[in-house]
Design a protein around this ligand. Structure first.
Ligand SMILES: Nc1ncnc2c1ncn2[C@@H]1O[C@H](COP(=O)(O)OP(=O)(O)OP(=O)(O)O)[C@@H](O)[C@H]1O
Ligand SMILES: [Mg+2]
Length: 284
């Protein structure tokens, strides 16, 4: 395992029945940085995240978290390792019947015996970090989508995790709110020094936030490297994905092997708009 890696995957393979979702995945997530895994819908990004948290077990391979191999680990040890991780699920996964304050306080009340005064201090510190102090008494149904994400982020931070995992943090937000959330993610990462691991298919967002990127395609990890290396990659899958174009090896459906007539028609239609030159990869 690389010395400065906080998460390492080695040959991870995960199938559901005869469907292999992840095949022989290996990469190292550098400690204290922001890494992102990108990939078309249905490539197994969420499955990958669940393997790292230990909610799913791969058939083969090793997953190292902060120096410990978690595949095959007993529940008690897994629970201990999991406490190093905060997770921001898609849509924030807040409890609708609890105020924002109680939602953020939930992990502290559930997993620690801290007195209420200390819980209040921690919750207010994290809520302050994400700009939610004025909305603590509201219920999730009374606040905007962006506020729900920020509450989810504050809740992911209350246990002082070394690793924060995000599953599509931008889903359901407009581009301006995504830009704010991206800047908040960077700010919070700098302030906490934690390792951030983001699963997404939002390229502009990743180009702003991530230091390292990996691209999943057809159950394989095509490449995992620094953002600069990925931008300069001459791999056609990576170039197509980072440019967000229809023309290229990635087709319309993740499961289909042959290019359909409709697909060819849509690629031709896109070429009319953008030309059929080498796709441009955005720089931010
Ligand atoms: N518990 C499960 N049982 C069976 N199949 C599953 C299970 N979880 C995921 N899959 C399958 O694994 C594949 C990858 O799913 P996953 O949710 O990881 O994709 P994703 O990359 O996160 O997609 P999206 O970008 O749409 O969120 C899909 O084909 C899905 O149907
Ligand atoms: Mg997903």
């Amino acid at each position: 395992m690389a010395g400065d890696a906080i998460i390492s995957l080695r040959g991870v393979t995960k199938s559901f029945g005869s469907h292999t979702v992840l095949e022989d995945i290996s990469f190292d997530v550098p400690r204290g940085r922001i890494s992102a895994i990108l990939g078309p819908s249905g490539t197994g990004k969420s499955v990958l995240l669940k393997n790292v948290i230990g909610l799913l077990r791969p058939e083969r391979g090793e997953i190292w978290v902060d120096g410990e191999q978690i595949v095959g680990m007993g529940e008690q040890d897994l629970y201990r390792v999991r406490r190093k991780m905060g997770v921001l699920f898609q849509d924030g996964a807040l409890f609708g019947s609890m105020t924002i304050f109680d939602n953020i306080a939930f992990p502290l009340r559930e997993h620690t015996k801290k007195p209420e005064s200390e819980i209040r201090a921690i919750v207010e510190e994290k809520a302050g970090m994400v700009g939610l102090l004025d909305h603590m008494r509201k219920y999730p149904g009374e606040v905007s989508g962006g506020m729900k994400k920020r509450a989810g982020l504050a809740r992911a931070l209350v246990m002082e995790p070394e690793i924060v995992l995000f599953d599509e943090p931008d889903s359901g937000l407009d581009p301006v709110r995504v830009a704010y959330l991206d800047e908040l993610v960077r700010k919070v990462q700098e302030e906490t020094g934690a390792t951030f691991f983001i699963i997404t298919h939002n390229i502009p967002s990743v180009m702003r936030t991530a230091d390292y990127l990996g691209v999943l395609f057809r159950s394989r990890l095509v490449q995992f490297a620094s953002k600069e290396e990925m931008r300069a990659s001459d791999n056609p899958i990576i170039r197509q994905f980072l440019a967000g174009r229809a023309r290229g090896p990635i087709g319309m459906d993740e499961m289909a092997d042959d290019e359909t007539e409709l697909e060819q028609e849509l690629v031709a239609q896109e070429d009319e708009l953008f030309g059929d030159d080498e796709p441009e990869i955005m720089t931010v």
